[in-house]
Design a protein around this ligand. Sequence first.
Ligand code: FES
Length: 107
Amino acid sequence: MPRVTFIARDGSIDVCDAEEGWTLLQVSRAFGIEIEGACEGNMACATCHVIVQDPWYQRLLAPSDDEEDMLDLAYGLTETSRLGCQIELTANLDGLVVRLPDTGENL
Ligand code: FES
């Protein structure tokens, strides 16, 4: 059961025990984390943008070209930005830490 830590915009922390196979967006929905996810994981928005904390970014599968294109639309893009709907949790990601971008006004 991978454990995920979300750091909110105000610095508050939520620790969530997720199911393997869930996406980060699904975890946020299950635990009431404030990630919009307007397109419900169809990679047609960037409102599920999260910033993956080191060293976790390197452990993720590389983003697809489509994800990178969509990330270009995300507000507050960083070197370790990803779309939450594209991160699928595995046992290898137990302990993952992500931060929500400073503004919720993503595209
Ligand atoms: Fe729209 Fe992730 S929910 S791209």
